[in-house]
Ligand binder design. Structure first.
Ligand code: ZN
Length: 262
């Protein structure tokens, strides 16, 4: 099995398409490259990336969930926020729910070779790719260890699961913070909005216009003030507590716990 490959821009390549895996982005500068997220781990990322670039590269996770960190096992070291460590360590429990026995066996064989080193990053850390620079912005919300990467030269914000359109924005996963805390992160991104034009999200297979950020922020502001309230939904048992609500806006939905708004 291999990922599907799509060039989003001349220097951003998307790898996607294995089960419900996240979007994996290969971002190239003139000196180095950066791999943003590593998917479920069912495929040896190193050999796939070797076919796409000859540049040396680092690997970074937007947060710790297993569908974004599974492929870390193919590397000696990975960058992530301190708050992502615990989720990344427990990646296999989540991934086993979607992978085949054969795929789990591939992961277990790789894990038996030893684990990778974690380099912690937070606000202000910058990945220097030569002629482009990606700045880390800490944006806790969907999980405590979420970061975005702001590409100064190509004016793209890699936002992980902070925004998604093709599935609900997940504020119901174990460890998710309150909507108010998530909103603080959205306001922080809005304060930098004149520095980017496009979003590369955690699960949408194309560039999204940055207006998406303003739409999600407006909905969360109304949620916090009580002007907006979702309809009741029942989550699958894998979420633990199955009670939640869903906000339905024109282009996106937000799943949240009504007792975790403020
Ligand atoms: Zn996630």
């Amino acid at each position: 099995m291999k990922h599907q490959i799509k060039k989003l821009t001349e220097r951003i390549t998307l790898l996607y398409g294995i089960h419900a895996e996240c979007c994996i982005y290969l971002v190239e500068g003139d000196k180095r490259a950066l791999l943003i997220d590593t998917g479920l781990g069912a495929v040896d990322m190193q050999s796939e990336i070797a076919e796409l670039t000859s540049l040396p590269y680092d690997v970074v996770n937007t947060h710790g969930h297993g569908d974004h960190t599974g492929g870390n096992i193919y590397y000696p070291a990975v960058y992530m926020h301190e708050g992502a460590r615990e989720d990344a360590r427990g990646f296999l429990a989540l991934n086993k729910t979607v992978l085949s026995e054969e795929e789990v066996a591939i992961i277990e064989a790789q894990l038996a070779k030893g684990s990778y080193e974690i380099h912690c990053v937070s606000d202000g850390f910058t990945f220097d790719l030569g002629d482009r620079h990606l700045e880390v912005l800490s944006i806790p919300g969907h999980s405590p260890g979420c970061i975005a990467l702001l590409d100064h030269e190509d004016r793209v914000l890699f936002s992980g699961d902070c925004f998604v359109k093709s599935m609900p924005i997940q504020m119901v996963v174990p460890g998710a913070l309150t909507i108010r805390e998530y909103l603080d992160s959205l306001h922080k991104l809005q304060s930098r909005e004149d520095e980017f034009d496009w979003l590369c999200t955690g699960h949408d297979e194309q560039l999204e216009p940055k207006t998406f950020l303003d739409e999600v922020t407006a909905a969360c502001e109304k949620l916090v003030t009580g002007e907006l309230s979702g309809e009741d939904i029942e989550l699958p048992p894998v979420y633990g507590d199955t009670r939640a609500k869903l906000i339905k806006e024109k282009d996106f939905t937000i799943a949240y716990r009504p007792w975790r708004v403020c």
